[in-house]
Design a protein around this ligand. Structure first.
Ligand code: ATP
Ligand code: MG
Length: 422
């Protein structure tokens, strides 16, 4: 690379900077607080896994595995992939660490970057962040309801409104094959009018035709039979109870017969939260039940349910209602000379220990230039310490917002500052 060439972040990958980062931190803090009150513990898994965990876990016929994975060979000739989502990794971790031997349900959440080689556009990136939860060990619809309810409370706590909860059931291995035949029958010879992806899906994964975004496909599937009308009695009971529980919890929802989710591992409940305030990429969070995945990945027969939230889309919505906060130091200590610096550093230490943001000035610079710096940083207070102040045993202070000023003894600095902050 020549020295004049500029380095840029990779396409579809972005830097997160202040002040946006404060919103990211707020979202992460809120997740940690709220999820732990539901008994979810954080789990951190590696960003890369063996490729076949994803091909197996997510499913060969899915968009993710077919075209979106960052896959490479490591120096030992192993096929490695950057994780395109979190569930397969958490399931691998659950099995490997024998977490099923702990009391059920085991509930975990994670937060971190995911990687998908997609066409970048607003709300769609190649490195994007998800916060997700996975709850293992209960097949009861009570757990589905609890997880959906937790998601709604989370979004509400972040101040987001105008969201829609959509649910559906996509059945289980007992009833889904029968439905798929009925669906194939309905599509019949009209499959030639489907997009090329859906013509392939007709054979490999016909359920996905129901949520294809291509206009022509929406026309072809019009009037298609609904999965919920072809569920076995267990799946039907599960779905009915879930709806009852959501009503009890006063969670407004709609049943979306076309929402089937893109991943192969889902069984029964599928859900999505969408926002009317985002563009084309309007799904904020999505999840569902995956009762077969743990077993399919080589573990015991353990049912599970979870969801993943798209961080960038949440941040986008938060910024629409309130801009990211701008932060500034509470105090700037202007120091004139080396002895003043020593005193200033001591005060800075004490106040920082009390979680106050303090900046100290350049002791070789003039008072005027230090004051200018304080102003540019937007500091609340300035303390001024020079030879006169050291001799008098008191510093000068200035409140930048109204220009008021005064003196306070060095011995009373902490209490002075804390009382003025209130
Ligand atoms: P979409 O329909 O938007 O492609 P998906 O079904 O592929 O979503 P999931 O795998 O269920 O998405 O991921 C859950 C959430 O993660 C989505 O609802 C979305 O908010 C977010 N998400 C998924 N892919 C991306 C991406 N490439 N960039 C940013 N956010 C994403
Ligand atoms: Mg996608």
């Amino acid at each position: 690379m020549s020295s004049s060439e500029k380095y840029r972040a990779l396409k579809g990958m972005r830097d997160v900077l202040p002040p946006d980062i404060y919103l990211w931190q707020q979202v992460e803090r809120t997740a940690a607080e709220l999820f732990s009150s539901y008994g979810f513990n954080e789990i951190r898994t590696p960003i890369a896994e063996a490729t076949n965990l994803f091909t197996r876990g997510i499913g060969e016929g899915t968009d993710i595995v077919e075209k979106e994975m960052y896959t490479f060979e490591d120096k030992g000739g192993r096929s490695i992939s950057l994780r395109p989502e979190g569930t397969a990794s958490v399931v691998r971790c659950y099995i490997e660490n024998q977490l099923h031997t702990l009391p059920s349900p085991q509930k975990y959440y994670y937060a971190g970057p995911m990687f998908r080689y997609e066409r970048p556009q607003s709300g769609r990136y190649r490195q994007f962040y998800q916060i997700g939860v996975e709850a293992f060990g209960s097949a009861s619809p009570v757990l589905d309801a609890e997880v959906i309810s937790m998601l709604c409370h989370f979004l509400a706590r972040l101040g987001l409104t105008g969201l829609n909860v959509q649910i559906n059931s996509i059945g289980c291995p007992t009833c889904r094959p029968g439905y798929i035949e009925i669906l194939r029958g309905f599509l019949g010879d009209r499959q030639t009018d489907l997009c090329s992806d859906c013509r392939r899906r007709y054979l490999t994964n016909p359920l996905r035709i129901l949520d294809c975004k291509v206009d022509g496909c929406a026309g072809v599937r019009q009037g298609a039979p609904h999965v919920v009308d072809h569920l076995c009695s267990d799946c039907s009971d599960h779905f009915n109870t879930l709806q009852l529980l959501l009503s009890h919890l006063e969670i407004p929802y709609t049943v979306n017969h076309e929402m089937v989710r893109g991943l192969d591992y889902y069984t029964r409940t599928a859900f999505e939260v969408t926002s009317a305030n985002l563009g084309a990429q309007n799904a904020v969070a999505a999840g569902g039940r995956y009762d077969r995945l743990v077993k399919e990945c080589g573990g015991p027969d353990v049912p599970a349910v979870g969801f993943a939230i798209g961080m960038e889309r949440i941040i986008e919505l938060m910024k629409q209602t309130c801009p990211a906060p701008v932060r500034a130091p509470a105090l700037y200590i202007a120091v004139l000379g080396e002895r003043a610096l020593q005193r200033g550093l001591g005060i800075a230490d004490t106040l920082r220990n009390r979680r106050i943001w303090v900046e100290t000035g350049d002791y070789t610079a003039s008072l005027k230039s230090q004051m200018r710096k304080a102003d540019r940083l937007g500091a609340g207070f300035v303390f001024i310490i020079g030879d006169d102040e050291l001799a008098a045993g008191a510093l000068r202070w200035k409140l930048l917002s109204d220009g008021s000023e005064g003196t306070t003894p060095f011995s009373a600095v902490t209490s002075f500052f804390e009382s003025r902050l209130r």
